[in-house]
Design a protein around this ligand. Sequence first.
Ligand code: ARG
Length: 284
Amino acid sequence: MTERAEILMCPPSCFGIEYEINPWMNRQHPSDRPLAVQQWDELRRLLEDRGASVCCLTPIPGLPDLVFTANAALVYKDRAIPARFRHPERQGEEALVAAWFSERGFRIDALPDGLFFEGAGDALFCGDTLFAGYRIRSDIRSHREIGDRLQCRVMPLELVDRHYYHLDTCFCPLAPGVAIYYPPAFDGYGRKVLTASIDELIPVGDAEAASFACNAVVLGRTVVTNTGCTQLHRQLETRGFLPVATSLTEFVKAGGSAKCLTLRLDGEDAAAWKLADRQAALVS
Ligand code: ARG
């Protein structure tokens, strides 16, 4: 059986800092479009060189954050739960993304009006549990609703630092029972939940968290991050992972990095349901 990671991305031809909806964004510090294109192309090349198949959304003028496809939806098997963005600046992405998923044959599982939910940016499987960030962007009620619909265990984690406004900026599952995290982004209860439910938690320090060390793309043992995460990379190597650094400075100006620029359409490697599907495919 050939197994290719399927990843959704969106080229940055309409990307820019056009508004400010998180503390990283400052219209006085615009991103450099040609450099952003170069950095995005390099990320795509790295992922494709490691066997991933990348498909793309069409960029739309006026939707500069559409590049951050992690927020588009939560994908679970053949189902997609599309985002409902908190900020009106991003709400124009919703219909477009839902249409893309339904055209590709996904079952659309829309959340009720009035709930905010920002896709895989705030909902990440590690083993059989969905870890779910709330407060700054997604609502805790969305996560409860998703747990009911997918019949899975949900661990809501309150995000307490506005710089780490999406769960994928401060937490990254690497495999069942293994994850990277930035402890100060969570309250004491959240930290307890994480340490009690994940065997091996790799903490990152302040400087590397601010280089988006936790915003990593995981492809098997390969872990791709922005540059400036050398201590994390050393930690990953000692655990048998293969860290790769690629500069993503222009996207950090918008509050995003490697992981935010991607969405796994076939399920993250750390998700237990994904491993179970793989095993079932191997025996059939
Ligand atoms: N400027 C975007 C926002 O504030 C960045 C999104 C980053 N995406 C992510 N999955 N963390 O919404």
